[in-house]
Design a protein around this ligand. Structure first.
Ligand code: ADP
Ligand code: MG
Length: 243
């Protein structure tokens, strides 16, 4: 069976620093997998290896059955189907919200202006910021900006979404709106790989939780089990610190 994402013995070095030490992991179509773990454990690097924002040193990455670590693969074509949402929203500050959600549609997917605008409005509506189309990002709260970033990713019709601590830069009272949008996406069947410190979200929304520490997967299992009844001492110690 073809997994949405499959990592096989993934290693990543930065210089002599081995940051990923042989990761094996799968995400199936329609699954939500949350990756948790301490700062510096390699979570962002792992996520960035999926769409080759980082080049793995060794091992293989498959996205929907296509080996993206094969040097002959058209990585731009693969990336077109992968949405990514970062901790920092990375919106263009001088463009309106609407323009932010239109530009990649026009440039990358070659959609015409009116089609791109319609799709942008539809997705901004979906994430609850439809009234902000003409605002500049700086006029929005962090939570609204992050929802614009999610709408921008969705407008590209991704087959799967990668989230790297999407709520970590937000004031606590703004976190819930962003998690609600992510939960809605999960319920609609979006395949999602989510690095997060939001244990409530992981427990309630994820199919599986993967605990990473020191560049290895320490524990990978059912979300309620890993968070509620971890089998490994390192997982227990981490959860004890964050819960
Ligand atoms: P996490 O997201 O779990 O906090 P990261 O994947 O960001 O962890 O980082 C894992 C390790 O890799 C850290 O020691 C970090 O300093 C190092 N690292 C990450 N990106 C780079 C880079 N571009 N160059 C050198 N070292 C990096
Ligand atoms: Mg990180």
């Amino acid at each position: 069976m073809t997994h949405a994402i499959e990592l096989q013995d993934l290693h990543k070095y930065f210089g002599r620093n081995e940051v990923l030490k042989g990761i094996d992991m799968t995400v199936d179509t329609g699954q939500v997998v949350c990756v948790i773990g301490p700062s510096g454990s390699g979570k962002s690097t792992l996520l960035r290896c999926v769409n080759l924002l980082e080049q793995p040193t060794r091992g293989k990455v498959f996205v929907q059955g296509v080996e993206v670590t094969d040097p002959d693969v058209d990585i731009d074509a693969v990336r077109r189907h992968i949405g990514m949402v970062f901790q920092q929203f990375n919106l263009f500050p001088h463009m309106t919200v609407l323009q932010n959600v239109m530009i990649a549609q026009q440039r990358v997917l070659k959609r015409g202006k009116s089609e791109a605008e319609a799709i942008a409005r539809e997705n901004l509506e979906k994430v609850g910021v439809g009234a902000k189309c003409d605002a500049l990002p700086g006029q929005l709260s962090g939570g609204q900006q992050q929802r614009v970033a999610i709408a921008r990713a969705l407008a590209m019709n991704p087959n799967l979404m990668l989230f790297d601590e999407p709520t970590s830069a937000l004031d606590p009272e703004l976190v819930g709106d962003v998690l609600a949008v992510m939960r809605q996406l999960a319920e609609e069947g979006m395949t999602m790989l989510v690095v997060t410190h939001e244990m409530g979200f992981a427990r309630q929304v994820a199919d599986r939780v993967v605990f990473m520490d020191g560049g290895v997967v320490v524990e990978d299992g059912d979300a309620a089990q890993v968070i509620g009844d971890p089998q490994q001492e390192r997982t227990r110690a981490f959860l004890h610190r964050v819960l």
